[in-house]
Design a protein around this ligand. Structure first.
Ligand code: 4AD
Ligand code: MG
Length: 461
């Protein structure tokens, strides 16, 4: 069997050759004596046209096949230089492997994204989602390739953990308790000691703390895995389950961290543009008109680097009225982030050195004692794509922050020990994989870049 991907690669080399292709009918039309099928076999974004006529032994049956039917075609490849497609296949036999019915929900007309979410088991067969999920796969590979080519070690951090990596309390609890027979102690309280064979546990919000242990052994490491946030935010950019890439580098500071992030983002864009030209053309035409220009511009420009203090000044001086007020000390909201990157700077922007109060306990305290060595990468259309920092490597300062934030020292004993035994400068960041896919494709909702999204009230599939 020849894959359609290879037909497009080899094209005229296969002229007049007998070949076999198999796939699913995308469209079909037939007259009394001949018929046309647009076939997609999943290996390529484009379809191939199958032409057949009444000499086909099962002509009647084939001409009545519904969209989505699975068929195997034997035939001859003929070049059609004047047609829309460079070639077509003249079928000599068409074998029906699996019929479909007229109730198949993905008919030719365009459907809304909302509707397609209700048929998550079928939507990968549509053009849009076929493009999204191939880009997702290629981008994942690009990320591994970027880090592996640079000698980074890929570390698998745990999904079930006993510590809160962000200290923000947004965790899903994991329990082995029999929920029908909850163990109550005498005072009627839940006996949580039963939680995970005796330990209170949750789904990870980030693999960062564990990745730091590996960075202090392997120097340059990264994670790439699922993370979970029990935040009840119903936005287009938040999911309860999302994938995160978290590099961690030793003997490195915040500038090294920004350099790495900038190189990585550019590498992913470049790789996807090169590997998925048909999909990217489709997004540019059908989903987001300026996409290709914007992405190619990103490749050739330096990202802006400003401090939080400068960003707040720029927002205040913009004369724009925001829903959330802008003042030094306030966290930047999505509207501020988008204004900075879409209106003021018009390209990706690193904002650094945030007030310590609005950032996590592990970020390195700056000399001013007010800000920490944090960095967020903001991009047009999305807002925050990456969050990272230089880590606090000084034992006393870290312990102080753990106490200040009301966290339990016992939960972080091993993390603290890293600072006792050869602690070094180190830094890292987290890239939200779904947000990167939104950025690459122009898709406007995180629900449409995850195969089976886990967002508020969404766990049917
Ligand atoms: O800024 P965050 O919370 O940072 C961390 O988790 C750090 N431990 C990362 C590190 O330094 N190693 O999350 C990092 C990124 C965000 O910039 C965003 O792109 C994405 O993860 N993200 C989400 N994506 C989808 N849905 C959510 N609920 C997300 N929360 C964060
Ligand atoms: Mg963040």
């Amino acid at each position: 069997t020849t894959y359609i991907r290879d037909l497009y690669k080899k094209g005229s080399d296969l002229e007049d050759q007998e070949i076999v292709v198999s796939g699913w009918i995308r469209t079909s039309r037939a007259s009394k004596t001949f018929g046309f099928i647009e076939l997609n076999d999943g290996t390529y974004f484009k379809n191939v046209q199958i032409v057949y006529d009444e000499n086909l032994s099962n002509f009647e049956a084939v001409s009545k096949l519904s969209i989505a039917s699975a068929i195997i075609i034997q035939g001859k490849l003929v070049l059609t230089p004047d047609a829309k497609q460079p070639f077509e296949i003249l079928a000599t036999t068409i074998e029906v492997e699996g019929e479909s019915t007229p109730e198949y929900p993905l008919q030719k007309k365009r459907h809304t994204m909302e509707y397609l979410r209700t048929i998550a088991h079928l939507r990968p067969r549509s053009n849009t989602f076929s493009a999204v999920f191939r880009v997702r796969s290629v981008a994942a590979y690009a990320i591994h390739k970027f880090f592996q080519d640079r000698g980074f070690v890929y570390v698998h951090t745990p999904i079930i953990t006993g510590s809160d990596a962000e200290g923000a309390g947004q965790m899903f609890r994991v329990t082995t308790m029999d929920l029908e027979n909850l163990p109550m102690s005498d005072n009627g309280q839940l006996d949580v000691a039963e939680d995970f064979f005796g330990k209170e546990t949750n789904l990870t919000v980030s693999g960062q703390l564990e990745a730091e242990t590996f960075a202090l052994a392997f120097r340059d490491v990264y994670t790439f895995g699922p993370t979970f946030r029990a935040e009840n935010s119903n936005t287009k950019r938040h999911a309860a389950e999302f994938w995160m890439i978290e590099p961690e580098i030793a003997f490195a500071d915040l500038n090294d961290n920004m350099d790495l992030a900038e190189d990585m983002v550019k590498y992913i864009i470049d790789y996807v543009l090169e590997q998925c030209p048909e999909e990217m053309k489709f997004f540019n035409e059908r989903i987001d008109k300026g996409l290709l220009d914007r992405l190619t511009h990103v490749l050739s420009s330096d990202f802006v680097r400003v401090t939080y203090t400068e960003a707040v000044e720029a927002l205040k001086n913009s004369g724009e009225t925001f829903e959330f007020p802008v003042f030094w000390g306030a966290d930047l909201q999505t509207e501020h982030e988008r204004y900075l990157t879409e209106v003021i700077y018009k390209k990706p922007v690193f904002v650094t050195d945030y007030p310590k109060e609005i950032k996590s306990f592990y970020m390195r305290m700056n000399a001013d004692q007010k800000t920490v060595a944090a960095m967020d990468l903001l991009v047009p259309g999305i807002g925050e794509l990456i969050g990272g920092s230089q880590r606090e490597e000084r034992y006393d300062l870290l312990l102080n922050r753990i106490h200040e934030m009301g966290l339990q020292e016992e939960d972080y004993w091993w993390y603290l020990e890293l600072r006792k035994f050869g602690g070094t400068r180190h830094a890292g960041y987290g890239l939200g994989f779904e947000r990167m896919i939104m950025y690459l494709t122009g898709m406007g909702n995180i629900r449409d870049v995850v195969p089976f999204p886990r967002t508020v009230k969404n766990a049917e599939f």
